[in-house]
Design a protein around this ligand. Structure first.
Ligand code: ZN
Length: 193
């Protein structure tokens, strides 16, 4: 019971932009419905199985009702998530091949080892990228524009991409995108030591 309460808190707390919240939100949007919806669905199935009256419109089936619940909860989570995530995924559903990992989650959310984020949480004196004095270093700049990563983008044949959404259009491009995220993260992490 304690674990369930922690998860609900993480998903509901919209103003808390910590990394755990990002991971919970990203996972919710890509893989599962929030725990509180999962519990509600289990309750509905239990009542249905035991012929206990259900409180939902009579003109739809129980399967449709559950599908609507899942869709509405994902729509709500998507509306509440941050703007960087929406640049990758402007709408739901999220493709099934999307499987967030340690690296990609940071790029989807913009909350990672990026100067713009570090500056915001007062871990850096500047928000600008090392490639120029005028460009904020956020995840979108790094994967699309930053000249530090021109070579790796060419190697991975991702150099023609101009919008974050294009990285997640198909499985083949997405696989290369994961490599790009890992490469950039590793490089930035090395620079910081
Ligand atoms: Zn740069």
């Amino acid at each position: 019971m304690i674990i369930i309460l922690i998860w609900v808190e993480m998903i509901n707390n919209n103003n808390n932009n910590n990394n755990n919240n990002n991971k919970a939100c990203t996972t919710t949007l890509t893989k599962i419905e929030p725990i509180y919806i999962n519990i509600k669905i289990k309750q509905i199935k239990f009542k249905h199985k035991h012929n206990i009256p259900l409180d939902f419109p009579l003109d739809i089936t129980i399967t449709e009702y559950i599908q609507n619940l899942k869709h509405d909860s994902l729509l709500s989570a998507h509306t509440q998530t941050n703007d960087t995530f929406k640049k990758f995924f402007p709408s739901i559903p999220i493709p099934k091949f999307i499987n967030p990992d340690f690296y990609t989650t940071q790029f989807y959310t913009g909350h990672g080892h990026f100067q713009k984020y570090l500056h915001r949480i007062q871990r850096s004196n500047t928000d600008t990228c090392t490639c120029t004095n005028n460009t904020p270093q956020d995840s979108i700049h790094l994967i699309i524009q930053c000249p530090h990563y021109t070579n790796i983008r060419h190697e991975l044949q991702l150099h023609n991409i101009i919008s974050p959404n294009q990285f997640v259009q198909n499985k083949q491009t997405y696989t290369k995108f994961k490599l790009l995220c890992k490469h950039i993260y590793t490089h930035l992490h090395t620079l910081s030591f």
